[in-house]
Design a protein. Sequence first.
Length: 477
Amino acid sequence: MSGSSTTTLTVLTLNCWGLKFISKKLEQRMEAIADNLAHSDYEIVCLQEVWVYKNFEGIKNKTKKRFPYARFYNSGVFGAGLAILSRYPIVEVSFHRYRLNGLPIKFTHGDWYVGKGVASAVVDHPVAGLIEVFNTHTHAGYGSKNNDIYLAHRVSEGWEISNLLKISASRGRNVIAMGDFNSEPETLVHKLITTHGQMTDAWQSQHPSTPASISTSSINHHTPVPFDPNNAIIQKGYTSNSPLNTWSKKTVKQAVRDRYAGQRIDFVFYRKTSRFWCSGSRVVFTEKIPDLDVSYSDHFGVEATFTLVGRDKNAVIPLSVWEQGGYEHLHVLDTRTLKNVGDLLKKDLSRSQAHSHIQVFFFYLSLLLIVGLIALEVLVAMEVIMTYHWVNIIIVVAICLLTAFGTIMGLHGFLFGNVEQSALQQFIQEVQSYAEGKKVLESRASSVGFLDDNGSSHRSSAAAGTSQIEIDPRFKL
């Protein structure tokens, strides 16, 4: 392979649903995933929700012939649950923890305790050179679709990972980002990664004509195709909540009734260049585990195949690749998206401040009640107030409970709430600075004149009102 100037690279991302005591048949599923990977043709694999290190060791040992290089990333109290397997040497690793990482008080969500972030591994590929692979699992959505308390957190994560992706590309590396992004296409998170992060959605690049709705698509535009959840996997790349997944809450019968086929929230993104482009992508791990008759995980995996061209001077880039175009024109965040991001962060900042005020109020109320109960206990002890013995026990228990409650409210109101608000304020400042800088650069680009070969003065094409795309200098490599 090392002697070839052109080759392919096949990668996989899979959420393993590996939370012990909650995930069903965890050990058997992890072994089945390891067996599947050991006999696969993948060269780089990104896994999420491998919370138990013992499970990672099991996967690593079973797949070491196929993937001699493997890394597990530690973060938070329980670990980030992220792992990267590679057929090629991993020469550098890092982990970036998200600045907005949930709150300790929401212990049932677990995001703060696992310390979610972005895992990175720089792989030395024999043809393409250095490839930096990013693996992440962003915050899940809790609550209704219109009342997602972690939407701002996920958007901030999209902003952070986009900055990391740009930095990596600016160092001359090929860039791939995979994982469970808990956001569907056309959302702010997806838009941030594909514009601000300068990345391409591998699955979407191979399925540009995906129908808007598989339940209403038709061959002749008159006769609707019968609802089939399998079409959602093949045509739309759905990976989560599919009724064909044995761990889904909806049965196929319910899905047909509700016209519900799942979501596409697992992605493979890549930085497209004339030497690195996607040549195929599909949803995998859709079959059931032999002998167990259950799905490998509550998510299906996403596979992507890339064509890589070596950097040697004799490497030939097919004409068909050049005809695709667009490599030199990088997308830039539009003003509307920047405003939407800024407004969302400001709204979440107001929410966080309101919650902190409420928590501080409960802290002082608890403190006041504790002082009152202590005074009452003293009066009872001094026999100023005569009462039953069991009343003393109730007072002591109440003091203990109020102390615990008040401490938690105080910590969140004064400490954790301020940490969240500081992070939100910083993100708002970054987005505002970016928007202001964008206006300055666009204004400068539109006003710059130039001299032709005869020395005559001319305005730039942007000033002349042409449709030529002006590239933000911050994105030029």
